[in-house]
Design a protein. Structure first.
Length: 216
């Protein structure tokens, strides 16, 4: 064990709850034809219908990305009549639009909402958490030094640790939009789906302060 002579060690922590400021939606669309590359956004009918609906609402076209295409064929041969599953990533920069966008996706009979990826302003929270933890550590060190009758001379060593505590998202099954039950009436696609999410940032510091000899 490393020895740190003429030092006192103090530990302090800070936690801060933050909320997502944007999100990524991962959606699959089952198409009746195979189109590869960015052309799929325009020429794959089912995909282009979803893109048109989202952009008509006001979503930036650049926020919709095609991440992959999976061909579905029974005998291994690819024909023009083969079907495909298109994987889309949709960035939602304004979370107040999330519920409406989920509804738009739900209206597409071949679309499946797979999952929501929440994104956070983490860097700012970590920086402010570190500053608060260091302030607490210094105040604690000054009290300990005063009680011992020594003076703080400087910092000998410093260790920072940070981790996230994110509550698990509310479980939901991927919403298959081609269900015959849809014809019976309107469906609430955002039911049992969160439209806001948060997590807690924990920052801890261990600081070894160099101290003077005991006052005579």
């Amino acid at each position: 064990m490393e020895q740190k002579p003429d030092t006192i060690k103090v530990s302090a922590s800070h936690k801060e709850e933050i909320f997502a400021d944007h999100a990524n939606l991962y959606v699959t669309v089952r198409g009746s034809s195979v189109v590869s590359g960015n052309e799929a956004m325009k020429k794959a009918r089912e995909v282009s219908q979803l893109v048109e609906a989202l952009t008509s609402f006001g979503l930036d076209p650049e926020a919709i990305q095609l991440q992959g295409v999976r061909i579905e064929t029974a005998n291994g041969a690819v024909f023009k009549s083969s079907s495909a599953v298109y994987r889309l990533k949709i960035k939602v920069a304004k979370l107040d639009q999330l519920a409406a966008l989920l509804d738009i996706i739900a209206e597409q009979k071949n679309a499946t909402m797979e999952r929501i990826e929440w994104k956070y302003p983490e860097e700012q929270a970590r920086e402010s958490g570190l500053e608060s933890a260091m302030t607490k550590a210094k105040a604690k060190a000054e009290k300990v030094a005063a009680s011992l009758g020594v003076n703080l001379l400087g910092v000998y060593d410093f260790i920072e640790n940070a981790f996230d505590e994110e509550r698990p998202p509310m479980p939901f099954q991927a919403m298959e939009m081609g269900m015959a039950a849809r014809a019976k009436g309107p469906v609430e696609p955002s039911l049992q789906m969160e439209i806001q999410h948060g997590k807690t940032i924990h920052v801890t510091v261990d600081i070894w302060y160099r101290v003077s000899s005991f006052s005579s």
